[in-house]
Every structure is written in C-alpha cells, then in structure tokens.
Design a protein around this ligand. Structure first.
Ligand SMILES: [Zn+2]
Length: 169
C-alpha cells in the first residue's frame, strides 16, 4: 500500500519536474522516499535524521525547499503542533483528521460515511483519487482545561469584588 503511494507520488514529482524543466536532482527523490518511509507525522529534524541514515545527508535549504515543493504538489501535508511543524506523506490517503485548535493535537479518525458520500459524488471533468477532511474543534482535555480556567476566573473576579476596598492592589 505504502509502496504504491510512493510510486504514484514519485510519478507526480517526476511529471512536475519534466513539465517545468527543473533539474532532476537525486536529492528531491531521496527526500520523497524518506518522506514516504514514515508511517506517521514527522518533523524536519526527523526527516534530516532519516536521510542521514539513508546515507543521503542534504542541506537545510534543500530540505526546506523540497518540502515546500512537496506541499505545493499535495504530496505532503503539514500540521502546526504546539512544538512546531509536523509533516506527513498524504498521496492516495483518504483522511479524516480531527484538529484541536487549542493544543494542536491531530488525530486521524475513521468516518466511513464521509468516504461513502464522496464515493457517490460525480465530479465534472475530474477523476478523484483521494480526499482529506479536516474537522476543527476542541479536544476533551482542552475542553476540561478551559472549563476549569473559566471557573477559576469567575471565582477570582468574585474574590476581587468581595475584597475590594480592603486590599490595596
Ligand atoms: Zn486540545
């Protein structure tokens, strides 16, 4: 499965490079291969480490530029997490992703209804291959944290009013 999507992604990159008369640098393909070797989200640091393991160290600039290209070609998706950017190979993946807008936690969920609905939809002059759905909201941990915070704020406010006049601050 992963092998197939790597081959398909490689084809997309190949086509792009040919169409745009870019140079076929081995770095780009090595980076793509490393990217598609990860089964989950990774940081640029992880990617750099993986390339070193493959005996294919690349400069920070090459890594950054290639990831930018892979993002533009939709071969990679990125998510901003609380501790920085994370990337993931995405070609051929049907994904439904929950994103917590407070802590940035990303979780893939299975929603067969969405796949079924999209399967049944015919798009004009377009052959669909895969889809990504992002569902933004607040995770249960953050919801609990926010509720606690609100409670604390309202108690503090009450305290402030009650003691107003007695305290100098
Ligand atoms: Zn959260």
């Amino acid at each position: 499965m992963k092998g197939n999507s790597y081959e398909a992604a490689r084809q997309v990159l190949d086509n792009y490079i040919e169409q745009n008369n870019c140079r076929k640098t081995p770095e780009r393909f090595a980076i793509l291969e490393a990217v598609y070797g990860f089964t989950s989200y990774f940081s640029l640091q992880d990617l750099s480490g993986r390339l070193e393991e493959m005996n294919f160290p690349v400069s920070r600039a090459t890594l950054y530029n290639t990831i930018k290209l892979l993002l533009a070609l939709r071969l990679v998706v990125c998510q901003r997490l609380y501790d920085g950017m994370r990337y993931k190979a995405c070609y051929g993946d049907n994904r439904c992703v929950q994103v917590c807008t407070v802590c940035g936690k990303v979780m893939e969920v299975k929603i067969p209804e969405i796949a079924e609905t999209l399967d049944g939809i015919h798009l004009k002059r377009f052959r669909k291959e895969s889809f990504s759905v992002y569902i933004y909201g607040t995770c249960s941990t953050c919801q609990a944290m926010l509720t606690r915070q609100k409670k604390k704020e309202s108690t503090n406010k009450n305290k402030h009013y009650n003691e107003y006049g007695k305290r100098q601050s």
